[in-house]
Design a protein. Sequence first.
Length: 349
Amino acid sequence: MSSLIPPPLSRRSLLTLAGAAPLLAAAGCAPGASENGLRPDGALRVATYITPGYTDLYPGIERFNEVLDEDLGSGVVDFFDSGALLNAEQLVPGMLRGVTDVGFQTSSYVSASFPILGAAELPFVNDGFEQMRRALAPDSPLIALINEELRPQGMSSIGAMPCTEQWVFTVDRPITEPGDLRGLRIRTAGHVEGEMVKSMGGAPVAMSSAELYEALERGTIDGMVSYLGTIVSRGLQDILRYGTRAHFGAYSVDAYANTAWVEDTSPQVQEALLDAGAAYAQEGTDIQFQVYEDEYLPLVEGSSMEIIDLDDAQTDAFRDATSAVVDWWKSKVGDDELADRALALVKEA
């Protein structure tokens, strides 16, 4: 099995966690510290950097919290959103150190540290969103395999929400074949996406979504790889002239729990977490897809952006051009047998 180690904290992360010390002292981070397995003040702490502005993703997190309150008692959940407690970089390290019990994190942020998660992010390896949803269902064999890898590292997946597929968006050049990306500076949100862009001759650029509008307007970047939620939430549909609709990748927004805490907390809390995770994965994903169908897709299709749909031959050309990304990912996993098992579970879902 591969050895997956979370990255060391940056100086900024250390300062933030140091600032959280009063919370740790007041609420306690020792597993099972109260009678029913919650924190000494009776709370179950949940954190995310996702804001209410993500109208497709946020309702699923709210539903997760509602189920916990329904099962454990009103007001049990101590919820921090919008990075108020831990930002995207700090969330998993903070959870591993007990700053929060449950954290909602985009897989692309942590698959560099936990490469097994990349199995569901690879380009052109399956038939898109519905297959991704089956692969990441709460009781799926892929989630079981992922947890075999994650738990020894201190965290457990308790619910996954697959996002709709990622397209390639550009300002000045339509992307209809792999060579069209050559030389372009493309913003990516994760290392799998970055490798996909490099496989076609592009240059991946990392930046926060808050910087995208200005970067595109000034020509700092030529385009981006993204799902539609980022396009709409940042108002980019009128500055990006082309969108190539294909399965250039995908990621999920996942609920992770501190494994030591889960294992030491009460059966009642464990059962509530399972209920909440299932509601998040099922009802939350339903909401997300409905927002995509009813709001995001019509808004983008009705904008000035030209949407490019690939035919089978064009799709095959992109699949061939990005096939090396799979081998690269397997090298990151460090265990070919494990990687092949995970990939098969994605493809066969």
